[in-house]
Write a protein that binds this ligand. Structure first.
Ligand SMILES: [Zn+2]
Length: 348
């Protein structure tokens, strides 16, 4: 038997060191929650993804901020009561039927947004998170904002400069106009993120808005609905997160597209499927530092339920290096530049 070293992590003041909490907010035993937060602190984490008021109130005692996921499910931003009173605002799905809990995207980008604003206000007031995060991995065909109502189809017709009488429905779009639709949706979704960000700032100035999706690969907008170049253009988030694999070119393209919005890169413990029995590969210091160097805003660890002692220790070790990082005030990349600067001057 070999005992692991004590955790001795440092919590960075400038970069995000985020732990996805793994149903943390569902734990009803507060006595068990506190040691988990203490373990996070000792392993160098400074942010936890959770979702309830208890986390907002208590995480700060451990040097952690609280990120809460947000979406349009009934337990999050519940628009069903609003749509009951305004059935004409319902999103029309691929089956041509109105959806009782989703609002048409054209309306969300216009006057229909106030329903979301009210729901956001309620969430921010009741939970008081430090960051709201929209995990956006939806196909433009049938995601929560893919609306095929006459308003949205006309908007697409105008945008794609199609003749006035062009017949449009989900099947025709998929068969004939898919590339244009993907781009149209990616631009509209980026504008929607911008509305989220602006509204969150108005309702709760200290709260940030972040978006998670895939890296800027050629097919990310097709698969997951996000083209980071559009998010960068409209300043659609205070922070972005990506995590699948380590596609080096796509990471660069993501950073470029974001135009200065910090990118938090993922270190995903695999396998995370509960029915795969292959052991999880634990974090090493090198893995996490490389992730950090890839990023411009920090790293996200996914997720707590797959952690073992070696992974906690890997985070602790990585959080103590690079040696001069606590003095860095900018992003991972500028930190590298700064560290190279004095050395090259010395050489001269
Ligand atoms: Zn619509």
């Amino acid at each position: 038997m070999r005992l692991l070293p004590r955790l001795s992590g440092a919590q960075c003041k400038t970069l995000v060191w985020q732990l996805w909490g793994g149903w943390f907010s569902n734990m009803d035993d507060v006595a068990m929650r506190q040691p988990i937060l203490e373990c996070c602190r000792q392993a160098g984490f400074n942010d936890i993804v959770s979702g309830d008021r208890w986390t907002s109130d208590n995480a700060k005692r451990y040097g952690l901020t609280h990120t809460m996921g947000v979406n349009f499910e009934p337990w999050s931003l519940n628009l069903a009561p609003h749509l009951k009173d305004h059935p004409d605002q319902r999103l029309i799905g691929t089956d041509g039927k109105p959806n009782d809990r989703l609002v048409c995207l054209t309306l969300l980008l216009g006057e229909g947004w106030h329903a979301v604003r009210r729901a956001l206000d309620e969430k921010l007031q009741s939970v008081r998170p430090d960051t709201l995060d929209y995990d956006y991995e939806y196909s433009p065909a049938n995601g929560p904002h893919s609306c095929y109502c006459p308003r949205c189809l006309q908007a697409f017709r105008d945008d794609a400069k199609l003749p006035a009488g062009t017949k449009l429905d989900p099947a025709a779009i998929k068969a004939q106009y898919w590339t244009a639709w993907v781009d149209f949706m990616a631009r509209r979704v980026a504008r929607l993120f911008g509305r989220f960000r602006q509204t969150v700032h108005e309702l709760s100035p200290a709260t940030r808005f972040s978006v998670y999706s895939g890296y800027q690969t050629p097919d990310n907008a097709d698969r997951y609905g996000v083209d980071w170049r559009y998010v960068g253009q409209v300043k659609g988030a205070d922070r972005a997160g990506c995590g699948y694999g380590r596609p080096v070119e796509a990471i660069r393209a993501t950073v470029d597209g974001l135009r200065g919005i910090p990118l938090v890169c993922g270190a995903l413990l695999v396998p995370y499927e509960r029915d795969v029995l292959r052991p999880v590969l634990p974090y090493t210091k090198a893995w996490l530092l490389r992730t950090l160097i890839d990023s411009t805003g920090g790293l996200l660890a996914y997720d707590r339920l797959s952690f073992d002692g070696r992974t906690w220790c890997g985070s602790s070790a990585a959080s103590n290096g690079p040696p001069r990082w606590s003095r860095g005030s900018g992003t991972g990349q500028s930190w590298l530049v700064r560290n190279r600067g004095p050395a090259s001057r010395r050489r001269r």
